[in-house]
Design a protein around this ligand. Structure first.
Ligand code: UDP
Length: 365
């Protein structure tokens, strides 16, 4: 029996952890693994954290840190200190981290310094934009990891270019596992009717085509000119827009006196099931989120990415995703000329990425 200590702290990590944590507790894997969950407290609001634990039945964290610093350095330092104390007390057989947040980096550093084997899920992603905090976090984490689970072949190639060739496996994307599993749950439970979305969106989503939009990347929110341009673009879309607004974006819009027009239906951040439902029913998805770009692809929805580059290059090369940055003409032209590519290759595996990872980890000495 191996003890895995999982470090999570931010919204996309809850989605990924829901897959592995459920599997670890299943009949087939519970004899091989015991999981301890550490929540760093990076995201703590009900609608950025708690709702995911509830909806996705993620076990309550065994350790809950509280971070009070909001700057990258202070926040990462507080997490590093807290995680190290837990690792020293509990000495797990391995530490598992997801993705590319400050929680990922803090977990990776804490494990590496104590020489506890480190597993990185969603390894090998690159935007090649070193200014992005996410890029810094993922590059450093990959180079500290012992086991690197890649969602795609592109990710494996990226690692090889940096000289990383050991402990690497292309298993597919756990977010596809989650999307398939919860789509099935939504279908079974008919939860779409119970989500309360109907009362939040003042039009019939079955009859009226809409754009589902999200904006939260620091690169888009922290520069007032770029944010103003994005708000201007969204205000000029001729379709209805549904936009669950990240608190950081909301605050920056307030600070800069920016507002959406009436056709933009601004919501508080929604839970995963509501988000999945909104994605499934949308005509097109517009986002700067890495996870949402992929979810658009999984659901065969056209996507417009409000960034100049993406880590998920396959979605662009296959014609399902358009990189528009904050170029208004490009966004509006893409919306006017929407067409679905004829093919939809399965770049992200078969929905069994979680099973494959656990199989590999169970065979380690
Ligand atoms: N998501 C959600 N509610 C929202 C917005 C996003 O549940 O209001 C989900 C989304 O479906 C995806 C994940 O959060 O599974 C993506 O997280 P985020 O966009 O914060 O981070 P990124 O993927 O860019 O790292």
């Amino acid at each position: 029996m191996k003890t895995i200590l999982t470090v999570i702290g931010a919204r996309p990590q809850f989605v990924k952890a829901s897959v592995i944590s459920r599997l670890i507790r299943s009949e087939s894997w519970s004899k091989h693994f015991r999981e301890l969950i550490l929540h760093t407290g990076q995201h703590y609001d009900d609608n950025l954290s708690e709702v995911f634990f509830r909806q996705m039945a993620i076990p309550r964290p065994d350790f809950q840190l509280r971070v009070t610093e909001s700057g990258h350095g202070g926040m990462t330092a507080q997490m590093l200190d807290g995680i190290e104390k837990v690792l020293l007390n509990h000495r797990p057989d391995m530490v598992l981290v997801y993705g590319d947040t400050n929680s990922t980096l803090a977990g990776a550093l804490a494990a590496a310094k104590l020489q506890i084997p480190l597993v990185h899920v969603e390894a090998g992603l690159r935007s090649y934009d070193k200014k992005m905090p996410e890029e810094q976090n993922r590059v450093l984490t990959d180079h500290l990891s012992d086991w690197l689970f890649c969602p795609t072949k592109t990710a494996v190639d990226n690692l090889a270019r940096e000289g990383l060739t050991r402990g690497i496996a292309a298993v597919g994307d756990v977010m596809l596992d989650a999307s398939l599993y919860y789509r099935h749950q939504l279908h079974l439970s008919g939860l779409a009717d119970a989500t309360g979305l109907a009362t939040l969106i003042p039009f019939n989503t079955a009859e009226t085509p809409y754009v589902l939009a999200t904006i939260h990347r620091a690169g888009n929110t922290d520069n007032p000119d770029i944010l103003a341009q994005l708000v201007h673009i969204i205000n000029n879309i001729s379709m209805d827009v549904v936009l669950p607004l990240h608190p950081r974006t909301k605050q920056k819009m307030l600070d800069n006196g920016l507002f959406f027009q009436k056709h933009v239906h601004q919501l508080e951040p929604v839970g995963y099931l509501e988000m999945l439902w909104l994605e499934m029913n949308s005509k097109v998805i517009m986002t700067d989120s890495g996870g949402v770009q992929k979810e658009a692809y999984f659901l065969q929805k056209p996507c417009i990415t409000l960034r100049e580059e993406t880590e998920w290059t396959e979605t662009v090369e296959s014609g399902w995703n358009t990189l528009a940055g904050c170029n208004k003409d490009k966004v509006l032209q893409t919306l006017e000329n929407l067409s679905l590519p004829a093919s939809h290759p399965d770049f992200y595996g078969d929905g069994k990425a979680g099973q494959k990872m656990l199989h590999i980890l169970s065979e380690l000495e």
